[in-house]
Design a protein around this ligand. Structure first.
Ligand code: B12
Length: 530
């Protein structure tokens, strides 16, 4: 059996990491003897002909695609493309969006055969077996599918109790080299589950209220392996890495025992950290923790069931400062009960805490399917303005409260983005005047390089400009030629383009092949050792 897994497009501004959920699915499928390929449209441009070629070459019996709310339209378009070209391939969608909107998604996308709800490893293997056996899908738990012209749910599937029983994510199928070239982090998990009930999040419903733990030994085996891949940072993507201090400490102790030096970050709640655990995390390589703070207003914090106080936030930031871990806080504007005054309160809170070393950012409320805030929006006084899922990226308003309009929220988001651009503009001016600090200059150069590498990748510039006749000249000449050709094909200052390409070559993200008298430059996709 052959399965093609697809990651749909979403923009680089969301700092994507290699698709971990799909890698887990691929690992489970391979363990069951299935041949798997993966197409990642976050770092490879989508073209119908390219999809057709993969479908023709690989002939998958089943095609699975993942989606969050903001990517589901793109995912559905790709599913349409798959069905048009390979009508006999069974199409399956999974991930947090379809888990809570299966009937709507199946209705909106007639090319989609099955929606998988929740964790997918076991379900996907059973689906493949059902396809191989030519049986229906009614015995596969945890899905919604089409039967007799209707959409039917099968019984729910229990959460995977023993995470250590899962095969490791098959990362070698992912285009890791492309993510590394873009300077994105790589992610892994140590737990699944979240006991909290925040009304804007589907975490608990998606991964269960009971936290399930992987053994620290297995976690650190994985960290050790991905730590060798040359990513600048590992992101521990658990909903709540610090849910249990015992588990968190055990993972850190194992890292320390092995003497690993891998920089990593994690998500945390301000009420789950202590100075002890932060010190241990710091010693084990943790550079930053991300706290969901959401609001500075007590009444709002209560309504959204966040169950934290502004005092706990201040204390957590202080503890981070004392232990040397960078604290990052994310706020959501437009929550139930939001008024112009509470927005002001939250903004002032953020900027006050900046003095203690806090980095912070804002999102606007996006009421995703499955969240309490969407299901009971009227009770919460939230007006949902659109069901156009492409707008659910949380950077523009899709809701209003009684006193906070869409225009007001959008104006704040625009001002926030403009001030960041002003900040970058300021660095640029100082650089040109020779007065920029080393750190700020490095930040800007990094950002400029990311933009160039991304444009080269998504414009397929390397594939177009990087092919030529070998003329026996040196590798340096081949590189100079590539730089010359690419410079005319992407925006950006020639020096920035040259440095971005040279950097990618030096880090072996961009490699050169000379064969049969032809020079061929290409992005390195899979990385050995994982
Ligand atoms: C780490 C993380 C990130 C990271 C990395 C994301 C990435 N794509 O790698 C960053 C910080 C970049 C990020 C960004 C965003 N994120 Co985020 N993120 C998470 C988090 C905490 C963990 C995700 C993870 O790696 N899980 C571990 C893997 C193993 O699980 P998984 O990916 O869910 O896959 C499993 C199942 O979903 C299922 N499955 C998934 N795909 C498929 C496909 C098929 C065919 C099948 C059968 C099954 C299946 O099987 C997999 C294995 O069990 C989740 C919370 C959560 N509990 O899910 C939020 C979460 C996924 N993010 C969310 C959001 C909203 C975003 C953003 C839109 C942020 C924003 N602007 O608001 C962006 C969008 C980026 C994107 N397209 O993914 C929401 C999604 C809600 C929704 N309905 O859209 C979540 C659920 C959190 C929440 N608020 O409720 N995120």
């Amino acid at each position: 059996m052959r399965v093609l897994l697809i990651n749909p497009f979403y923009p680089i501004s969301e700092t994507p990491s290699p698709p971990l959920g799909l890698a887990y699915l691929a690992g489970a499928l391979e363990e069951a003897g299935v041949e798997v390929r993966l197409l990642d449209l976050v770092v490879t441009p989508y073209r119908a002909e390219m999809l057709a070629k993969i479908l023709d070459d690989f002939q998958p019996e089943l095609v699975g695609i993942t989606a969050v709310t903001m990517t589901v339209d793109h995912a559905m378009a790709v599913v349409d493309g798959v069905k048009r070209h390979s009508p006999r391939a069974v199409t399956v969608m999974g991930g947090p969006h379809v888990t809570f909107s299966a009937p709507q998604t199946l209705k909106a996308c007639p090319s989609l055969d099955v929606a998988v709800l929740g964790e997918g490893e076991r379900t996907m293997v059973e689906l493949v077996r059902a396809v191989a056996a030519g049986s229906g899908f009614e015995n596969v738990a945890g899905i919604a599918h089409r039967a007799d012209g209707a959409i039917r749910f099968t019984p729910p599937r229990a959460f995977i109790a023993d995470l250590d029983s899962l095969p490791p994510p098959a990362r070698r199928l992912l285009p890791l080299g492309r993510y590394r070239a873009l300077g994105m982090p790589i992610s892994m998990t140590t737990t699944r589950g979240c006991p909290h009930q925040c009304i804007f999040c589907i975490g608990r419903k998606m991964v269960g209220a009971k936290v399930r733990y992987r053994s620290p030994r297995k976690v650190v085996d994985e960290l050790e392996a991905i730590g060798r891949l040359g990513f600048h940072q590992v992101n521990i993507a658990d909903d709540l890495f610090t849910a249990d201090k015992g588990h968190c400490a055990a993972v850190c102790d194992e890292i320390l025992r092995r003497g690993l030096k891998v920089p990593w970050t994690s998500f945390a709640r301000v009420d789950t950290v202590s100075e002890d655990i932060l010190s241990k995390m710091k010693a084990a390589g943790c550079t930053a923790v991300s706290f969901g703070v959401e609001s500075a207003n007590r009444a709002i914090l209560k309504t959204i069931k966040k169950r934290i106080t502004p005092e706990q936030v201040v204390e957590a930031v202080r503890m981070c400062a004392r232990t040397g871990v960078t604290p990052f806080a994310s706020f959501i504007l437009g929550l139930p009960g939001e008024t112009p005054e509470t927005i002001q309160e939250t903004m002032e809170f953020g900027s006050k805490l900046k003095e203690l070393g806090l980095l912070y950012g804002f999102h606007l409320l996006a009421p995703f399917p499955g969240t309490d805030v969407r299901e009971r929006s009227n009770t919460y006084g939230i007006r949902i303005l659109t069901d156009d899922w492409t707008q659910y990226h949380a950077n523009r308003a899709v809701t209003e409260t009684e006193t906070v309009s869409r225009g007001m929220l959008d104006a704040i988001a625009v001002e926030w983005e403009t001030s960041f651009n002003r900040y970058l503009g300021g660095i640029k001016e100082r650089m040109l005047a020779g007065a920029a600090g080393a750190d700020e200059a490095k930040q800007l150069i990094n950002l400029e390089r990311i933009v160039v590498v991304y444009d080269l990748m998504m414009g397929e510039v390397i594939e177009t400009a990087g092919r030529s006749q070998a003329d026996g000249a040196s590798a340096n000449r081949a590189l100079a030629r590539l730089i010359g050709q690419a410079s005319g094909m992407v925006a950006g200052a020639p020096a920035v383009i040259r440095e971005a390409i040279e950097d990618a070559v030096q880090k072996e993200n961009l490699v050169c092949n000379v064969q049969d008298g032809r020079v061929e430059w290409r992005w390195k996709d899979s990385l050995p050792g994982c």
